[in-house]
Write a protein that binds this ligand. Structure first.
Ligand code: SAM
Length: 234
């Protein structure tokens, strides 16, 4: 067991990777190389400058909680004209995504290991994103844990701030109670409008990418609720 830590200067930030399994140690060099290209970490007080990070002024889409990265990777490959930023809490998941990324084919992807909450606006300027994806956020099903859910009225304010004019938030969950919660909080606002009547659809949107997690849940008898809300002027 090793606990190697690397610190590499990237895009004026720093990145840390720890190896806690033999398989990680074996491909550590490759992971470092990839993280130097793909992974961003900002110093205190710094804010992301997307044209500087990506080297172009293409629109940027954000994914929060990318998991194994299937959605992110497929979107990035099919839309080279869009830049994608992924925010993921778990280092293990970041490593899984890094392993699949290739600087030749995924020039439009960057990752930040981050626990996303209201403070994300300290790192990211207002009006940064054309689209924000939140695919199967943790449902925190117990009543007493509901307050841990990512989608809360205050966090919807954050999403609103981060979106450009007429930007869109796309969400999905297999958890009926969380779907109802999300729909209720978005529909009670005047600064978002739902694309779908009643706030959701059970039909898979044509541009959706099914993740492994979603496939498993569908097979268990929990097909997703898909939601899409557009930022509107009030
Ligand atoms: C249920 S999994 C779904 C992953 C992926 N979107 C999918 O559909 O397969 C939720 C993911 O969100 C991440 N996550 C949960 N809360 C987070 C937060 N506050 N900030 C960033 N990532 C978070 C978890 O680490 C996990 O990878």
């Amino acid at each position: 067991m090793s606990n190697e830590i690397a610190q590499i200067d990237i895009n004026q930030g720093y990145l840390y990777l720890t190896a806690d399994k033999r398989s990680d140690i074996k491909d550590m060099d490759k992971l470092f190389e990839k993280s130097r290209y793909f992974q961003l970490e900002l110093s205190a007080g710094q804010r992301l400058d997307f044209p500087a990070v990506f080297g172009n002024a293409h629109p940027v889409h954000l994914e929060i909680g990318s998991g194994r990265g299937e959605f992110l990777l497929q979107k990035a490959i099919s839309h080279p004209e869009i830049n994608f930023l992924a925010l993921e809490l778990k280092e293990k998941r970041i490593r899984t995504i890094l392993r699949q990324l290739d600087p030749e084919t995924h020039k439009n992807v960057r990752l930040i290991k981050l626990f996303v909450n209201e403070h994300v606006t300290d790192l990211i300027p207002a009006g940064s994103f054309q689209t924000i994806y939140i695919i199967h956020p943790d449902p925190w099903p117990k009543k007493r844990h509901n307050r841990r859910r990512l989608i809360q009225p205050k966090f919807i304010d954050v999403l609103h701030l981060l979106l450009q004019k007429e930007g869109i938030v796309k969400l999905s969950t297999d958890h009926e109670d969380y779907a109802g919660w999300i729909v209720r909080y978005f529909l009670e606002r005047k600064d978002f409008s739902s694309i779908y009547k009643n706030g959701f659809t059970r039909n898979t949107p044509s541009d959706h990418v099914e993740t492994f997690f979603e496939k498993v849940k569908r097979e268990e008898g929990f097909p997703p609720f898909y939601m899409e809300f557009r930022k509107v002027k009030i």
